[in-house]
Design a protein around this ligand. Structure first.
Ligand SMILES: Cc1cc2nc3c(=O)[nH]c(=O)nc-3n(C[C@H](O)[C@H](O)[C@H](O)COP(=O)(O)OP(=O)(O)OC[C@H]3O[C@@H](n4cnc5c(N)ncnc54)[C@H](O)[C@@H]3O)c2cc1C
Length: 404
């Protein structure tokens, strides 16, 4: 177990600087263009692949860092550059996380590298859970997976919505219902390999923010995949279903814990946006003059910046704590993973709005990035579990009561 320390070691500092340099020199200058274009920034992903930032190796290294801090550090720096582009680059890690949390080690080794491909042939991954009538309420999803025993194949049917990298990914990790009567306990995750017939992209969504990140429907029409594409394997699934049918506690609790463990990473992206907006508006407040003095000389402005910085630092502490706990097998007894994502997400919305206020009219126009950062920040109270769902998890954890 790694000692918890707020001092980063030499390796961590080096990687932080490496990611920051890429964010500063490549991502930040491209943010406005790709937000306007609302397209996947392939040339930037290519650059990230060339230096090894977009790769299975780097994500594995970050994930296995003993302190647990490398993932949030890298995510904070990337989103500090631009959250839309950061998501276009790190969106594949969602698919990878789906494989890592439900698959066998062999499946992770087979499919993990394919989520990223190589600098010569970039590949992408997507994690497809949500449906039009099943967002927060994952238990009611309708996509089905039926086993064809004669051919040892699974047949998937349904429509997923709001899927990051949906339809443009090479690897789709799809959560489907094997036994709808069992709700979430009757669900399983599947790999849909590249170019599988029957999987297609539905509509691509036009969004408020993170517009460089592709979000679309994924249509599954009689999609046939080999038996070995069931994550975790058939034996484990059969055992899980048998336990659920007998009314015993299922292992889905373990899956929830995995989600809890990945939330700090998402919170770290929100933190990166908040820090960017804070730094930008602090510089601006020192420069901008009104009534013959810099606007920061007014408490009304300076106190805003004091509050912004306090909430940013508090977010980072929550994120680092949860990341360290998750990596070192500490149980989240109070929903610590949810706390970090909840607080950082709401902080990003708050800080970016205050940054606009500090900049007045200049904050509201597209010549400056803060209006974009505000638009980008809002998704962090919605995806990967809304703020309300995070509060539900925390409230249930601290009370032991099944709060509705
Ligand atoms: C840009 C973007 C990217 C996304 N990427 C992915 C992806 O890659 N993969 C994927 O599977 N999904 C993805 N999603 C889907 C996302 O996870 C869902 O939108 C989110 O979980 C919320 O679900 P919903 O939109 O159906 O809202 P709903 O569940 O309908 O919720 C609506 C409102 O009701 C509240 N609410 C619901 N239930 C409760 C309750 N029990 N108590 C209190 N309040 C409640 C919610 O907090 C929210 O405020 C993405 C969404 C967006 C917008």
């Amino acid at each position: 177990m790694a000692e918890f320390s707020l001092d980063l070691d030499e390796d961590q500092l080096q990687i932080q600087k490496w990611v920051h340099d890429f964010a500063e020199n490549v991502i930040r200058p491209a943010g406005h263009e790709w937000d306007e274009r609302e397209e996947t920034p392939w040339p930037i992903i290519q650059e990230a692949a060339k230096i090894g930032l977009y790769s299975f190796d780097f994500i594995s290294q970050a994930f296995f860092d003993e302190s647990g801090l490398l993932m949030p550090i890298a995510n904070e720096e990337m989103a500090w550059g631009d959250a839309g582009i950061a998501l276009a680059i790190f969106g594949s890690t969602l698919g990878l996380a789906g494989i890592a949390s439900n698959g066998t080690p062999e499946q992770l080794l087979e499919w993990g590298p394919q989520c990223f491909g190589t600098p010569e042939k970039i590949q992408m991954a997507a994690f497809a859970v949500s449906e039009a009538d099943a967002g927060s309420d994952v238990s009611s999803l309708r996509t089905t997976a039926v086993y064809d025993e004669a051919k040892d194949e699974w047949v998937l049917n349904g429509t997923k919505t709001w899927i990051t990298n949906g339809g443009i990914a090479d690897i789709h990790v799809v959560v489907a219902s094997v036994d709808p009567a069992l709700g979430s306990r009757g669900q399983a995750s599947f790999i849909v390999p590249p170019k599988t017939p029957g999987l297609s992209q539905g509509q691509k969504f036009k969004k408020m923010g993170i517009r460089a990140s592709h979000t679309a429907e994924v249509v599954l029409d009689e999609v046939r995949i080999p038996g070995h594409c069931l994550l975790g394997g058939k034996e484990k699934l059969d055992e899980k279903l048998a336990r659920a049918r007998e009314g015993k506690r299922s292992t889905s609790q373990a899956a929830m814990k995995t989600f809890e463990a990945s939330r700090p990473t998402v919170g770290a992206q929100a933190l990166g946006i908040a820090r960017a907006a804070y730094e930008y508006s602090l510089d601006y407040a020192k420069e901008r003059k009104a009534f013959g003095r810099a606007i920061i000389e007014n408490q009304a402005i300076a106190f805003k910046l004091a509050d912004m910085k306090t909430r940013i630092d508090a977010s980072r502490l929550l994120i680092w704590r949860a990341s360290w706990m998750g990596r070192n097998g500490k149980e989240f007894t109070s929903g610590e993973g949810s706390m970090s994502k909840l607080y950082a997400g709401e902080t990003a919305v708050y800080v970016t709005e205050e940054a606009i206020q500090i900049m007045g009219g200049y904050g509201y126009i597209r010549e400056h990035p803060v209006e974009r950062w505000h638009r980008d920040s809002k998704i962090y109270t919605i995806f990967e579990g809304t703020s309300e769902i995070q509060r539900l998890i925390i409230a249930r954890a601290i009370s032991g009561v099944h709060i509705q």
